[in-house]
Design a protein around this ligand. Structure first.
Ligand code: GLN
Length: 312
């Protein structure tokens, strides 16, 4: 499909996929997220020259939620190397919900299966360098800003407070990690949680998400700035996790139907990429049973099929 055709067709695909929003519901376990527009759907596709194709509601900001875990993983890898990171988290998908406790005792005691489930991402938050929680958050934000091509992203403090006040399950996961010494003696659990909730609450637009995805599409090389921001090996690791467990326990189905690395969040955002070609940001707040944007997944499947994106 030629670029001009894509520009004309994208709004039609969004219109058709938007109908699938009614199959889902906006997340409400973080009360602040329940305010999002349930039937919205927006997409931005960004190419190597920064050219964008957008359709639908791409203007309203949303929090990254679990999408942020891909980028904290990258920063943790840059701070600690592979051995340091994999001392704390495993390399396997769980097939369980993102906040599940079921398999936490199964591998080495207490070690989370992977860095994209909540337990794993909380362990990753503890690995980010910085003397205080505020300093860690500062480093995370400046890395996210660089990844988004020099953006000035910020934490939505209302969403942060809303999550922090209701996060009984994440708190129990974190204390369980502490009990099993995945979080070491010197680590304060509440400090780690503050860092984790804040990086989940970083606010982005579709366009910024697509820009961040572009960095991953080019293996850590920012094609617009002309600089290798993240070592290729670390992006390779992150993309492998995205395929295995980026869409929670619907990752197998997503790999078969859509076939590109992606990561979703409970705000309804999805970051996806076509290797060597596009960064993609999608927002559709209504979520299906497994926590992914119903309209967003439908749209990605439509685009991947029509544009022959599947990597396998
Ligand atoms: N902040 C959210 C949580 O910890 C992130 C989860 C998600 O996006 N799946 O519950």
């Amino acid at each position: 499909m030629m670029m001009e055709q894509l520009r004309e067709t994208l709004p039609l695909w969004v219109q058709a996929s938007r109908l699938h929003a009614s199959e889902g519901q906006v997340a409400s376990y973080i009360p602040e997220l329940a305010k999002a527009p349930a039937d919205a759907l927006g997409v931005t596709i960004m190419g190597a020259g920064g050219e964008t194709f957008s359709a639908g509601e791409t203007d309203f900001p949303f929090t990254m939620q679990s999408i942020s875990k891909v980028f904290t993983l990258l920063l943790a890898l840059m701070d600690n190397g592979e051995d340091g990171v994999f001392a704390k988290v495993g390399m396997e998908p769980t097939g369980d919900d993102f906040n599940s406790m079921l398999k936490l005792e199964l591998v080495e005691p207490g070690k989370p299966f992977n860095p994209l489930i909540n337990a794993g991402a909380i362990a990753i938050s503890s690995l980010i360098h910085g003397d205080t929680p505020a300093a860690k958050t500062e480093r995370i934000l400046s890395f996210f800003n660089e990844a988004a091509g020099g953006a000035t992203l910020s934490v939505n403090e209302d969403v942060f407070r809303s999550e922090s006040a209701t996060a009984h399950r994440n708190r129990s996961l974190a204390y369980f990690l502490k009990d099993n010494e995945v979080l070491g003696e010197e680590i304060d659990v509440e400090d780690v949680l503050r860092v984790y909730f804040r990086h989940c609450s970083v606010e982005v637009s579709c366009n910024q998400l697509a820009r961040m995805a572009l960095l991953l599409a080019f293996d850590g090389f920012d094609p617009l700035v002309g600089r290798q921001l993240v070592p290729k090996r670390y992006v390779q690791i992150a993309k492998t996790f995205m395929i295995m467990c980026g869409m929670y326990n619907a990752s197998g189905e997503f790999a078969i139907k859509v076939g590109i690395p992606a990561k979703s969040g409970v705000s309804g955002g999805i970051l996806a990429l076509v290797p060597g070609r596009y960064g993609i940001g999608v927002i559709g707040p209504a979520l299906g049973a497994k926590g992914n944007s119903t309209a967003g997944v439908h749209l990605l499947e439509t685009m991947s099929t029509a544009l022959d994106w599947r990597i396998f």
